[in-house]
Design a protein. Sequence first.
Lengths: 308, 390
Amino acid sequence: MTTSLLIVQILNGLQLGILLFLVAAGLTLVFGVMDFINLAHGVQYMLGAYLAVTFVGLTGSFGLGLALALAAALVIGLALEFLVFRHLYERDHLDQVLATFGLILLLNQGVKIVWGAAPLSVPVPAFLSGSVQLMDGILYPVYRFALIGAGLGVGGLLWFIVEKTRTGMLLRAGASNAAMVSALGVDIRQLFMIVFAFGTMLAGFAGAMAAPILSVEPGMGDTVLILAFVVIVVGGIGSIRGAFVGALIVGLVDTLGRSFMNDLLRLFMSAPSARATGAALSSMLIYLVMAIVLFVRPEGLLPSKGRT
Amino acid sequence: MTLKYALSLSAGLLALGIAGAQAQEPLKIGVVSVLTGPQAALGQQVRDGFQLSVDQLGGKFGGRPVQITVIDDELKPDVAVSKVRSYIESGKVDFVVGPVFSNILGAIAKPVLDSGAFLISPNAGPSTLAGKACNQNFFVTSYQNDQVHEVLGKYAQDQGFKKAYIMAPNYQAGKDSLAGFKNYFKGEIVDEVYVPLTQLDFSAELAKIAAAKPDVVFAFMPGGLGVNLVKQWSQAGLTGKIPFLSAFTVDESTLPAQQDAAIGLFGGMTWAPNMDNPQTKKFVADYEAAYKIVPGSYAQQAYDAGLLIDSALKATKGDTSDKDKLRAAIKKADFTSLRGKFKFNTNGFPIQDFYLVKVAKRPDGKFQTEIAQKVFSDYADPHAKDCGLK
């Protein structure tokens, strides 16, 4: 093991973390502000990827396709809010889980009817298709740096909106006491609609950004959803900062575990048993981290203020 | 369809009287395939490939009209068993064709075979059913699962590669795959990596491969895993630097998503869409015209299953009542396989040639695997010796 390999693996971990952050940000926002468990966040991520496939294919340009995909994701999000989610805000979490789980089944099947069951893909945009040599023998694609940049940008934007703007102030107020905000004359339903639509768009953005490196297929959102929940549980539910830190931790732990667990175990085990234990252990490492966080700090590492 | 056949059946009865009824009674065939979930692309190829064989033979096998019932196994063994059982109980079923995956086959084999129907697998070929648990009414038109992985192991060994980096998902089929590769590859295994079935990002593994500098990489990454791996392999600039051998990772079901990233990568198979014989040319052209995609081995093997049933019924003149006669006719495999050579071993599995295949872009912009070289000739699986059938 060399230092350059370690550096590359840390970069890989950060990059996976940023990708998870893009998904988890929208989830935690909706959960934190609206106290709404949206299991359908994963399929909205999937829809973003599929819309990117369609629009990038139609326009031939990644930027334009991405913009159109985002607009379409927003429209779909608003439609879903109007048709389904609006009627669930007052209900308890179990009803929300059931209804949004139904949406997962519906949209996974719907995507298959519209786009077919075979995996699809989006080409890496030409202006980001180069690569950088970081280590002997491996190139680091520029697109992955762009992904990191996009994640940091989204993080910064969210921080600015939540902390520095009037809407953000209302969001924070709504998160700690929705009834009081409503009593003070703020249209809380409209606020919720904005938050939800924005959350959907974030999920769609994550899907569209992931499309050039991952396979676009029905059910692709389900694995990501589980990881996103791990991220927000580790980071603290409802907190954007928590989601960011949680995502980086999950990304790093997962990547470094996969990279070095075998070598580590081989120090005191035979090669075949190190291989078997390493594969099993590295795939459950992030869940172990989540369990430890839940045990030591049940509210997460960086919980949002005002929630108890 | 059913109504049409029912009408033609009653018309046939009126015209011919009861004497003609036996030969004209529709042949009942259940097609069990996965049509929901991420693996549905494979299941659709099996369903469509089989349907194409029926359509090209005018809706009849050996002169008998064919009545197909498509059953979606949902890739869940319990669902598959209950659906298949209720189908079998619905009436005299002559053949069941399917499924795609070995775990489903393990679940449905007993109920189907106990009912007296013939079971033809167009894809799954687990070692148990090739060996001790073989059955006289069970036939496979694909291969024994291990053989495809062995093709790549043999090729790596023949090429004189010294160091191999091998990887697969962490489940039974993944372990079988790497074991199959190692049956023939005797060089050093630099690392043997098992990843979770839900893995998204392979950048950690790719960095390790680049650092380990193996002579060759072997991967078994079916479906979406393969799409992710291949795209990221190409983006990391590893294409052309290290030979990439794979099983079920680059095929016609994943190539529409992998596209240029997969060009030049290797797989192992018994057939490819560019196989040089007239029946393949016609099959590929007809399949593409009907279903708009390039057919893969899944469609090809299901199509061959259709031709096999037709050949057997021709030999018995449409009669399915004498099972021994029908079985003997199936065993002869007297049809023109898309693979050219095809014959059955004593355990109902084929003895056939295996090829190294390579991904290429066709002049029309579509992608397909193409035969690179023959690796095994008349290769029979070793499990047949554990099978008591003669």
